[in-house]
Design a protein. Structure first.
Lengths: 226, 447
C-alpha cells in the first residue's frame, strides 16, 4: 500500500552545502498495518512523514501510496491527494482555535473537492466519545478531548494511511494509553494503515512491527546530531 | 466548509481587531456617503433655488452677484434699478408681450434675533407666493408655495403684512400674528423700521427663501430711507420723501410711495411659455437695448457656472479626501491581517497539512479581507445614511433643506464593489504570505 523506494532528501545549509537527511532504500507498509517508527531526535522521522504526506518534496526516489507515485505529482495534486488519502495526527494536536470540535473535523473534509459530510463528522466525534462536545471550541476542551478531536479529524476523509507524529508526547501517561487505544481502535475500525512516530518504549512495545529509522535511513550518521 | 465560513470564523476569533478594522472602514465609507449625499443635496438646492422664472433683471455688476443676492440672499445687494425697468415687464410695457409674470424684489433690510441670528428681509409682491413656482417635481409638475395652517399670503392692500420662510420662522420664533421690526441695512446695526405683522409662514421649500422674511413691497417703500429723492422740477416736494403716514393717511392705510421715488433691486421674470422667442427677446432687449440701466441674467446658467466653477472642484477635493480615508481604512485591513499572519501561520500550516492547497489558503485570506471590507462598507453605508436620517429633521429645522436620507447617489453603486476590489488588492500581500507558508517548518521543524 505504501512503498518507499530509494528516497533521498537533503537540506541546503546556509554555507551552500547540502545536508543529507533521508536516504531510505526501501520501506513498505501494508494496508491496515500499524507500524511504529522510532529514532533519536533529528534522525529524520518528521521529514520522512512530511515526504510521505507530500508536504516536502524528495530529491530523488519514489513514494507510492495506493499504487500512485506521490513524488511525481505537482503540488496542487499532492495537496488533493493528501486530503483524500492521508490523515495527520500531530504532537500538539493542532486544532484550529477559531473552530468548534465539529468544524475542526469538517475542515479536514473541505479540501478534498467533495461535499463535507456533517453526519460523518458527528459520527466520528461520537465514536471518540465527544458526541456531547460538538460545538465546543478547542480552548473549552481538555487535552485528552483535543487529541480525540484530532483523531476524528484525521479519519474524516476515510484515508488509507494515518501519520501520527508523536501523538502522546504532550500528554501524561494515563492519557497516553488512552490515545494509543483510540488511534489503534479507530484505524482498525476504518481499515486505515498507521505509521506512528514515538519515543515511548511503552507505546512501541504494543505494536507488532517497530522500525528504527537509523536502520532504514542510510543518511543517519552523515548529519551532525543536534 | 466554505472559504466564507472559514474567513468568518477567523474574524470571530480576532473579534476586537476585526471589529476595529471594520469600524475604520465603516467610518471612511460613512464619511464618503455623507460627502456624496450632502454634495448632491447642495447641488439640488442650488438648482432648485433658480427655478420658476427665466431671468433676474438686476443692476450692473457681476451676474453672480445678481444671482447670489436675489436668489440665495447672500452678499451685499447690487445698486437698485429704476422702477421703470420693472414697468417694462407689466401693463403694456416694452417687454410685457413676452412676460407671463414679473415679480419685483427689494433687498437691503434685515432682521436680527436677540441671540444674534440674522435674516434677510425681502420686499416683494404677493405674486411671489401666489403665482411663482419655486421648483418642479421629477415629473415636471411645478411646485408652488404653500402656507402652514392658519397662515396666508400677504395682501397687496395691507402694506405692513409679512410672510416668513419656514426656517426664519423656526429660528426667530415668530408666528402668525406676531409683529417684528426690520432693521435698515443688512449689517443688523441700522435703525429699526416700522412694524410688520406676520400673516403667514411658508411650508419648507428647500430653497434659500426658507431663510428670509418677506414683506409687502408697498410697506418696504414706505420705510425710512427706502424712498428715492424726487428729481429736480418734479411735482413732488422734498417732504414727499419718506412719505409714509403723511397727510391724512393712517398707518394701516397709508398712501403708496409715488412711482417716481421707487426703485427695485431686481425683478424675477417668467417669460410666456407659448412664445419660444420670448426669452431671447427679453435678454436681447435688456442687455443690448438702448436703456442699459439693468441686465438680464438667466439664473440657471449662472448656477450651472457656479456648479462647474466651484462645486465640481470642491467635490473632487472632498472625494479625493474621502477616498484617501477609505484607502487608509483599506490599508488598516492589510496591516490587521498581515500582522496576524505570524500568529496564524501555524493554523495555515495545519490547513495545508489537512490538504488545503496554497491557492486555498490564499483564497481564505483574500476572502477575509473582502469580507471585512464588505461588512465595513455595508455598515458604512448604513451608518452614513443613518446619520443623515437622524440629522435630517434638525437640518430641515435650521436650514430648510430637506435631506432625503435613503436616497442613494449613483456613485454609491460603485462604492462597495470598489471596496471589494480594493480589499482584494490589499489582501493580496497577506494572502501571498499565506501562500508561501512553509508547512514543514511551521509545524515544528523537519528532521
Amino acid at each position: 500500500m505504501l512503498v518507499l523506494n530509494e528516497v533521498k532528501k537533503s537540506y541546503l545549509e546556509p554555507n551552500g552545502e547540502r545536508l543529507p537527511i533521508l536516504d531510505v532504500p526501501r520501506f513498505q507498509l501494508a494496508a491496515g498495518e500499524q507500524v511504529v517508527l522510532r529514532g533519536r531526535s533529528g534522525c529524520g522521522k518528521t521529514t520522512l512523514l512530511n515526504c510521505i504526506a507530500g508536504l516536502t518534496t524528495v530529491d530523488s526516489g519514489r513514494i507510492e501510496l495506493n499504487g500512485r507515485d506521490v513524488t511525481g505529482l505537482p503540488e496542487a495534486a499532492r495537496d488533493r491527494f493528501r486530503a483524500g488519502y492521508i490523515g495527520f495526527v500531530f504532537q500538539t494536536f493542532n486544532l484550529l482555535p477559531a473552530f468548534t470540535a465539529l468544524e475542526n473535523v469538517m475542515l479536514g473534509m473541505s479540501f478534498t473537492g467533495g461535499r463535507p459530510e456533517p453526519q460523518r463528522a458527528k459520527q466520528l466525534l461520537t465514536e471518540v466519545g465527544l458526541g456531547h462536545r460538538l460545538t465546543h471550541k478547542p480552548r473549552a476542551l481538555s487535552v485528552g478531548e483535543q487529541q480525540r478531536v484530532a483523531v476524528a479529524r484525521a479519519l474524516a476523509n476515510r484515508p488509507v494511511l494515518l501519520l501520527a507524529d508523536e501523538p502522546t508526547a504532550n500528554v501524561d501517561p494515563a492519557h497516553q494509553q488512552h490515545i494509543i487505544d483510540l488511534l489503534r481502535g479507530a484505524c482498525v475500525r476504518e481499515n486505515v494503515a498507521m505509521l506512528l512516530v514515538t519515543h515511548s518504549t511503552e507505546v512501541a512495545q504494543q505494536f507488532d512491527r517497530v522500525e528504527h529509522l537509523e536502520e532504514i535511513n542510510r543518511a543517519v550518521g552523515l548529519a551532525p546530531m543536534p | 466548509m466554505s472559504y466564507w465560513k472559514i474567513a468568518w470564523r477567523n474574524m470571530q476569533e480576532r473579534a476586537l481587531a476585526s471589529s476595529l478594522t471594520g469600524l475604520s472602514m465603516a467610518l471612511g465609507v460613512a464619511l464618503m456617503v455623507l460627502v456624496l449625499v450632502i454634495h448632491q443635496v447642495f447641488v439640488n438646492q442650488l438648482s432648485n433655488d433658480a427655478q420658476g422664472y427665466n431671468f433676474i433683471i438686476g443692476g450692473s455688476g457681476s451676474p453672480y452677484e445678481v444671482v447670489l443676492t436675489t436668489v440665495f440672499h447672500v452678499g451685499k445687494p447690487l445698486y437698485p434699478i429704476p422702477y421703470r425697468v420693472y414697468k417694462k415687464f407689466i401693463d403694456g410695457g416694452e417687454f410685457a408681450q413676452y412676460t407671463d409674470l414679473a415679480v419685483p424684489v427689494c433687498l437691503g433690510d434685515s432682521y436680527s434675533t436677540e441671540d444674534g441670528q440674522q435674516f434677510r428681509v425681502v420686499g416683494t409682491t404677493p405674486d411671489m407666493f401666489g403665482k411663482l413656482a419655486y421648483g418642479a417635481e421629477k415629473d415636471g409638475t411645478e411646485k408652488f408655495y404653500r402656507f402652514k395652517k392658519g397662515g396666508r399670503n400677504f395682501k397687496s392692500e395691507n402694506f405692513f403684512e409679512a410672510v416668513l420662510g419656514s426656517v426664519a420662522a423656526n429660528r426667530t420664533g415668530l408666528t402668525v400674528g406676531d409683529k417684528f421690526r426690520p432693521t435698515h441695512g443688512i449689517s443688523g446695526q441700522g435703525d429699526k423700521h416700522d412694524e410688520f405683522t406676520v400673516v403667514g409662514i411658508l411650508e419648507p421649500t428647500g430653497t434659500s427663501n426658507d431663510r428670509a422674511l418677506f414683506i409687502n413691497i408697498e410697506g418696504f417703500y414706505l420705510l425710512a430711507g427706502h424712498a428715492r429723492a424726487p428729481k429736480a422740477g418734479s411735482s413732488l416736494t422734498a417732504e414727499a420723501v419718506d412719505a409714509s403716514g403723511s397727510g391724512s393717511e393712517t398707518h394701516d392705510h397709508p398712501a403708496p410711495l409715488p412711482e417716481e421715488q421707487r426703485e427695485v433691486t431686481s425683478v424675477l421674470v417668467r417669460c410666456k411659455a407659448d412664445q419660444l422667442m420670448a426669452p431671447m427677446a427679453v435678454e436681447m432687449g435688456v442687455n443690448k437695448g438702448e436703456d442699459r440701466s439693468a441686465q438680464a441674467v438667466a439664473p440657471v446658467n449662472v448656477v450651472e457656472r457656479l456648479k462647474e466653477s466651484f462645486l465640481a472642484p470642491m467635490r473632487l477635493v472632498l472625494l479625493v479626501l474621502t477616498v484617501m480615508i477609505v484607502v487608509v481604512a483599506g490599508i488598516s485591513i492589510l496591516v490587521s491581517i498581515y500582522n496576524s499572519m505570524s500568529e496564524r501561520s501555524h493554523d495555515i500550516a495545519v490547513m495545508r497539512a489537512l490538504g488545503a492547497s496554497r491557492k486555498a489558503v490564499m483564497g481564505v485570506i483574500l476572502t477575509e479581507s473582502i469580507l471585512l471590507s464588505l461588512l465595513g462598507g455595508i455598515a458604512g453605508l448604513l451608518l452614513g445614511h443613518g446619520v443623515l436620517a437622524a440629522a435630517s429633521p434638525v437640518v430641515e429645522f435650521y436650514t430648510g433643506i430637506t435631506v432625503h436620507a435613503w436616497e442613494f447617489t449613483w456613485q454609491e453603486l460603485f462604492l462597495v464593489p470598489g471596496l471589494v476590489a480594493f480589499a482584494a488588492l490589499v489582501g493580496f500581500l497577506p494572502a501571498v504570505s499565506a501562500y508561501r507558508t512553509d508547512v514543514a517548518k511551521t509545524l515544528g521543524g523537519a528532521r
